[in-house]
Design a protein around this ligand. Structure first.
Ligand code: PGA
Length: 252
């Protein structure tokens, strides 16, 4: 298969009411005028997904921030990957650190959820990242390799899988790792992906996430094996998010 385009993905987390649809419309208007060189995805809270899908936006993919490990059944309050696909999601974020830490989701659960996402035909964006303690103890690479090996289902392809490397200490903190560190971690992730998935492993997009903004996006997106960004806070406003997306206009 051909290499997928880079992806700039917005994770709105638990933010956004119906009034926020205006930001999406504004973003799409920007994209219509500029024809971006990357794919653009918004993962709003689940309450807004249908309304956004109904806008029939040409340039914005819509995704979810989580799904259940099962296809259906007695799981009050939960939502399956099949339901998300059914309402128009193309991507599902799996194993975000706020789910891993806040909801006790380990690699085994992440692997099951990713399998669900892939089975229904969506792309699983599987998140990995080290804590501040692991970072300070210089265990980043060890932790990431273990998360990659255990969280990614064995049938991963460049079509059904994207990896997001998000150091937990960089999320929402305004702190970002050095370029050297991002380069090293992404190179190791690429190596493991190629070892496990061969040619597809070489093409799976690896996003960087954690305090990405318009000022640091060019530097971060220029790093070898960084194939896009997973953006939290700076994805909520169309102007901020578009400034990050526009970084790709500066690349060949
Ligand atoms: P942030 O969040 O950009 O606000 O740091 C990123 C994320 O959690 O995906």
């Amino acid at each position: 298969m051909i290499r997928p385009k880079p992806l700039v993905a917005g994770n709105w987390k638990m933010n956004g009411l119906r009034a926020s649809l205006n930001e999406i419309i504004k973003l799409n208007d920007f994209l219509v005028r500029s024809a971006p060189k990357c794919d653009v995805l918004i993962c709003p809270p689940v309450t807004l997904i249908s309304s956004i899908v109904q806008l029939n936006l040409e340039h914005v993919f819509i995704g979810s921030q989580d799904c259940h490990t099962n296809t259906n059944g007695a799981h009050t309050g939960d939502i399956s990957a099949e339901m998300l696909r059914d309402i128009g999601c193309s991507h599902i974020i799996i194993g975000h650190s706020e789910r891993r830490v806040g909801h006790g989701e380990d690699n085994k659960i992440v692997n099951k959820k990713a399998t669900q996402a892939q089975t229904v035909g969506t792309t699983a964006i599987i998140c990995v990242g080290e804590t501040i303690h692991e970072y300070e103890a210089k265990k980043t690479l060890e932790v990431i390799v273990s998360q990659i090996n255990s969280s990614i289902p064995s049938h991963a392809t460049a079509e059904n899988t994207i990896i997001a490397y998000e150091p937990i200490w960089a999320i929402g903190s305004g702190k970002v790792p050095t370029v050297g560190s991002v380069k090293e971690v992404h190179a190791v992730i690429r190596k493991v992906l190629v070892e496990r998935f061969g040619n597809d492993g070489d093409k799976i997009n690896i996003l960087y996430g954690g305090s990405v903004n318009a000022s640091n996006a060019h530097t971060l997106m220029s790093v070898v094996n960084v194939n896009g960004a997973l953006v939290g806070g700076a994805s909520l406003k169309a102007d901020d998010f578009f400034n990050i997306i526009s970084v790709y206009d500066q690349f060949d």
